[in-house]
Write a protein that binds this ligand. Structure first.
Ligand code: GCV
Length: 657
């Protein structure tokens, strides 16, 4: 058992013995840091909502009551100054109402009279865990899985509370790169055990499935979705699951992508594959979330491939299939325009897949608050056009759950936005800061600004002006714009994306290039197609930009690129400086841990700037402008710089030349 998990497993014991009056501020309580004497006067419906309030509410009497006719998961909170009434038509609604009240308490903001009515934008608000059966987590930066290999009931219950407190109501328990053993009868018993813990918190479980399971688990000779035996095998498997877990949510499928099996192996379409599973799930009200993250070589531009594969299938999916589309057309890059599938699938249910874990945004070392990124997405993809929301989780068995205290904010944000995508980044940051640290304005105000600007800072020092996929080979943490390897597919190398040459930088996806712009609605197509109207944040995404191209601010493109990188570095240092000045308001454990990470981030930002600018300078052959800080490394040094992939948590020990 690893150290973290051992601690967690025995945490309740430690808690009772040592920490009744005071305990280390290790982040394990997340934003649920209620302080109460447990003497609240709570009446009405029994259940978790009542327990939560009984234990954690500090105010006057609260009555919980069932009321018919309210929207699913919705609630009302009304108070006349004497008594607070929470009403909802379901237990889950009452629980969400209870957490709303506790949130107000945590923010020091309950007020005398309340009149609140809420219901979620989406019926499905799901965390996808990329957890493997051996307990490792793909792209996880916070230790091991809380579900597989020595799971602990106490931890899973705390996880459920955290999710319910922000309205998350589903969890896919395993990696989309799914092993057939997921559906093994023994494994399903463990899934049942987890489902039983999560259920009282309104959370349903889902599984990622391997499309070749009928062969690899069931002993059939084919997994062809049109084969009767194959469909029969899935039906039996689904029936077995529902006997154990009557409210099982359904399947998530990664098919014909990055080597995973799928219907195309048998000459069938994604729709035929998804519908076969959907038929098995339908009698139980289960759903299929079918991912569109495919990049088959049907077009030389990877950004166009998923659209070309799925758009022609629009209208062919059954009504319990939801296509799960990553926010951008490539792969969770620091900044991408939205995937054009969102605006082109008119007769198919679609959900957005966001990445909470910071695979491409500094892992658990960089403070990157993701709310502004997701807001940017929602500014173009209308929330109402989506059926559901999924987020790739950043949760592991690390004592602070996410590896970085501020990465907890992204988990929190995912839930809050899945409930209400119109919330602003500022509102969410304020809520989270006040509940997680202190309500003191001298802390909350500067830290809100810092969090909200962190995303732009990170994009600036990593990949400004539309750059994407400039990561090192073997991991997605540091820069290696020069990276290549013998025999590697070209779209796994940075040069495929940056296309630097003596003329300029960027991928020409305009109508003169790959014409990816034509996958967008006319108005956006025209805007992106013209280098003068294309938003500068997407410039090298859509255009091969001449080094001397004049930017809106009058600088040449090369000079602007240098300025952007430099702004990023200065932004990272400013974050450290702001945090340093927060010392009076933060406990010393979390202060020191965040400070250590912000120092890593500031150093990494220089690494990004120096590596990228020095490398691109070999093409631009232009001087770095005098008014920006000049690289402090040499390119040949940068090219020898390596980080051991196992050492993200402590990269300064992992660096080698
Ligand atoms: C789960 C990217 C990641 C992979 C991930 C894949 C996906 O390629 O690097 O780790 O696999 O996306 O979303 O399926």
């Amino acid at each position: 058992m690893n150290k973290n998990l051992a601690f967690r497993r025995f945490f309740p014991l430690f808690f009772c013995l040592f920490f009744v009056t005071a305990y280390a501020e290790d982040g394990s309580r997340l934003w649920l840091r209620y302080e109460s004497d447990g003497q609240a006067n709570i009446s009405g419906t029994f259940g978790v909502a009542r327990d939560e309030l009984q234990t954690n509410w500090n105010g006057g009497p609260v009555v919980l009551k069932r009321q018919k006719g309210m929207p699913k998961d919705g609630y009302k909170i009304v108070s006349d100054g004497e008594q607070i009434r929470i009403s909802a038509s379901t237990d889950a609604g009452l629980l969400y109402g209870a957490y709303h009240l506790l949130r107000l308490q945590g923010m020091g903001n309950v007020g005398k009279s309340l009149n609140i009515e809420e219901s979620p934008m989406y019926e499905w608000r799901i965390l996808d865990h990329w957890d493997n059966p051996d307990g490792t987590i793909e792209r996880g930066f916070a230790g091991h899985s809380i579900f597989w290999e020595n799971p602990c009931e106490f931890v899973i219950r705390q996880y459920a509370r955290a999710n319910a407190s922000v309205g998350i109501n589903g969890a896919v328990l395993n990696n989309v790169n799914a092993k057939p053993q997921t559906l093994d009868s023994d494994n399903l018993k463990q899934v049942q055990w987890i489902a039983d813990i999560l259920r009282p918190y309104g959370i349903r479980v889902y599984l990622s499935v391997n499309f070749a399971s009928p062969i690899r688990l069931g002993g059939l000779t084919t997994a062809d979705p049109l084969d009767k035996d194959v469909a029969g095998w899935w039906k039996q498997k689904v029936d077995e699951i529902y006997r154990l877990i009557p409210d099982f949510g359904g399947f998530l499928v990664k098919a014909n992508s990055e080597g995973e099996p799928g219907p195309c192996d048998y000459g069938r379409t994604h729709a035929e594959g998804a519908n076969m599973l959907a038929r098995a799930l339908k009698p139980h009200k289960g759903i299929v979330m079918w991912r569109t993250f495919v990049y088959a070589p049907n077009d030389p531009d990877r950004a166009k491939q998923a659209y070309k594969e799925f758009q022609p299938l629009d209208g062919q999916f059954l009504d319990n299939v939801i296509l799960q589309v990553k926010n951008g057309p490539i792969d969770f890059q620091p900044r991408e325009p939205y995937s054009p599938l969102f605006t082109s699938l008119k007769s198919t249910l679609v959900m957005a897949e966001l990445q909470v874990t910071q695979e491409y945004l500094g892992a658990a070392n960089h403070l990157t608050f993701l709310a502004p990124m997701w807001q940017e997405f929602f500014s173009l993809v209308k929330p109402a056009s989506l059926k559901a929301i999924a987020g790739v989780a950043n949760v592991g068995d690390n004592i602070n759950w996410c590896g970085h205290h501020f990465a907890q904010a992204n988990w929190y944000t995912f839930g809050r936005l899945a409930w209400n995508p119109n919330l602003t980044a500022e509102t969410i940051a304020r809520e989270w800061l006040a509940q997680t640290f202190t309500t003191d304005k001298r802390f909350v105000n500067p830290m809100t600004d810092m969090m909200v600007s962190s995303y732009e800072t990170v994009v600036s020092y990593m990949m400004p002006l539309g750059l994407h996929h400039q990561f090192a080979g073997g991991h997605h943490y540091g820069p290696e714009p020069w990276y290549t390897a013998p025999g590697i597919r070209s779209d796994w190398t940075p040069a495929y994306y940056h296309r630097a040459d003596s003329l300029g930088l960027g991928f020409d996806r305009s109508s003169r290039g790959t014409d990816a712009v034509s996958q967008y609605p006319d108005e956006l197509r025209d805007q992106y197609d013209d280098i003068r109207t294309c938003p500068e944040k997407y410039l090298t995404w859509f255009h091969h930009v001449p080094w001397d191209y004049r930017m809106h601010n009058g600088r040449t493109f090369w000079d602007e690129l240098c300025h952007k990188y430099d702004e990023g570095v200065h932004g990272a240092r400013r974050m450290l400086a702001i945090w340093d000045s927060m010392m009076p308001y933060v406990d010393k454990e979390r202060f020191a841990e965040v400070q250590r990470k912000l120092r890593i981030q500031a150093r990494d930002s220089e690494w990004w700037r120096d590596a990228c600018l020095l490398y691109f300078q070999t093409f631009s052959k232009r001087p770095i402008p005098q008014d920006v800080e000049h690289p402090v490394h040499n390119l040949d040094e940068m090219m020898k710089f390596r980080i051991h992939i196992t050492n993200y948590e402590n990269p300064e020990c992992g660096y080698s030349k």
